[in-house]
Design a protein around this ligand. Structure first.
Ligand code: UT7
Length: 334
C-alpha cells in the first residue's frame, strides 16, 4: 500500500491594514530607518488596531479566506491547529475561537506554542493526523498579535515584531507530494535569553509585574542571534543531506523572518542563490508563527507543482527545525 502523505492544497494569509513604518518608530524611540534596515532588514510592520481584537481575528480572517479560496465548506474541516504565542486568552485555545469565528463546527481544535517554530511544529502535527488516513481536511494556522506583547518604549525589541496570520489546508495524497521529512529540536535552557517574565504560573500578573513592564517580550538579542544563525542554517543543511538534495534540486528556501542576516546565512550555508530565498521581512517584520505561511502566500504565484521547498525556523524556547515539502499544485490551476 502506498504511503498517505499530507499535501498543502491551499494557502491564504491576512494582515491588518495599519502600517507602522521605521519613520514613525523613530519618533517613538531612539532609532532610525538606517539602523533597522542594516541590522534587521525591516521597513514596516502591520499592527492590529481596535478594541477587543486578538490573534483569533488575524487567524479567522486567514481561515475564512482560505475556505473561500479552496471552495471548502466549514463543515468539512475535521481538525484545526493554531500556532501562536499570543493567544486571545490563557484558555480556551485560540484555535477554538478561530473555529467559532470561521463557522467551523465539526472539527476539534487546539493550540501549539513553539514561538517562531510554531508553524512548522503545527504543520507536522497536522500532517501526522492526515497520514493516519482518518483525516481528509485539516487546517493549520499561524497567528500572532505580537504588538500585544511588545514594549513600544524599548528600542531593542519594538522595531522587530508585527502582527499577521497565515493558514494552509492539508489533504491526503498517495502521490509524492506534501510533507516529506522534518527535523525538530528544542532546548529549554535557551529560555533565559527570550521569554516573557510574568503572567504565567510562576509569576502571575500583579500591580508589581505591570509596573515592572514584565508582560512584554524580553530578548537578549545578540545571544539569540548567535544560536539562531548557527542552528537554523545547520538544520536546513541537515535535512537537505538526509534527503540527498543538492542546491540545484531546491526551488525555494522558506525561512522564518526574524533577521535578514540570519536568512542570508541560512541561504549561503545551503548553497542557494538569493533568488531562491523567500523574503518579505521588509513588509511585516517578525510575525512569529505567521512568517512562514505569510511567505508561502506572498510567493504562491511563483510556486509550481513538484517544487522542492525547505522550510526552516528558529525561535524562543529555544525551538528550531526544518521541513522538506513538495509543493502539490500549480496556483493558476486552482
Ligand atoms: O524570532 C525569534 C528569534 N529572534 C531572533 O532571531 C532575533 C535575533 N537577534 C537579532 O536579530 C539581533 O541581535 C537584533 C536585531 C535584535 C539586534 O541586532 P545586533 O546587531 O545584535 O545589535 P546589538 O544588540 O548588538 O546592539 C548594537 C548597538 C547597541 O549600541 P552600543 O551598545 O553598540 O552603543 C544597541 O544599544 O545598537 C544599539 N541598538 C539600537 N540602535 C538604534 C539596539 N537597538 C537599536 C535600535 N536603533 N532599534
Amino acid at each position: 500500500m502506498k504511503k498517505i502523505r499530507a499535501a498543502i492544497t491551499g494557502i491564504h494569509s491576512w494582515v491588518p491594514e495599519y502600517r507602522l513604518t521605521n519613520f514613525e518608530l523613530s519618533k517613538m524611540v531612539d532609532t532610525s530607518d538606517e539602523w533597522i534596515m542594516q541590522r534587521v532588514g525591516i521597513k514596516e510592520r502591520r499592527i492590529l488596531k481596535g478594541e477587543g481584537l486578538g490573534s483569533s481575528d488575524l487567524g479567522a480572517n486567514a481561515v475564512i479566506g482560505l475556505l473561500e479560496k479552496t471552495k471548502t465548506s466549514p463543515d468539512e474541516i475535521e481538525l484545526l491547529i493554531c500556532a501562536t504565542i499570543t493567544p486571545d486568552m490563557f484558555f480556551p485555545a485560540t484555535a477554538n475561537i478561530i473555529s467559532d469565528k470561521a463557522g467551523i463546527k465539526n472539527a476539534f481544535s487546539f493550540d501549539i506554542g513553539a514561538a517562531c517554530s510554531g508553524f512548522l511544529f503545527a504543520l507536522q502535527t497536522g500532517a501526522a493526523y492526515v497520514e493516519t488516513g482518518k483525516f481528509k481536511k485539516v487546517i493549520v494556522v499561524g497567528a500572532d498579535k505580537m504588538s500585544s506583547i511588545t514594549d513600544y518604549t524599548d528600542r531593542t525589541t519594538c522595531p522587530l515584531f508585527g502582527d499577521g496570520a497565515g493558514a494552509v489546508l492539508l489533504e491526503p495524497t498517495s502521490e509524492e507530494y506534501g510533507v516529506m521529512d522534518y527535523i525538530f529540536h528544542t532546548d529549554g535552557s535557551g529560555r533565559k535569553y527570550l521569554h516573557m517574565k510574568a503572567g504565567g504560573s510562576i509569576r502571575p500578573a500583579s500591580h508589581e509585574t505591570v509596573d515592572a513592564k514584565e508582560h512584554y517580550i524580553y530578548q537578549e538579542g545578540q545571544s539569540v542571534f548567535k544560536f539562531a544563525v548557527v542552528n537554523m542554517a545547520d538544520v536546513a543543511a541537515e535535512i537537505m543531506e538526509r534527503n540527498n538534495l543538492k542546491a540545484d534540486d531546491i526551488a525555494w528556501l522558506v525561512p522564518h523572518q526574524a533577521n535578514l542576516r540570519i536568512i542570508d546565512a541560512t541561504g549561503r550555508r545551503m548553497g542557494l542563490p538569493p533568488e531562491k530565498v523567500m523574503i518579505n521581512i521588509q513588509n511585516y517584520g517578525n510575525t512569529t508563527a505567521a512568517t512562514i505561511p505569510l511567505c508561502l502566500s506572498d510567493y504562491e504565484s511563483h510556486l509550481k507543482k513538484g517544487d522542492k521547498l525547505i522550510l526552516a525556523a528558529f525561535g524562543g524556547g529555544f525551538t528550531w527545525g526544518s521541513i522538506y515539502l513538495k509543493w502539490a499544485y500549480d496556483p493558476e490551476k486552482k
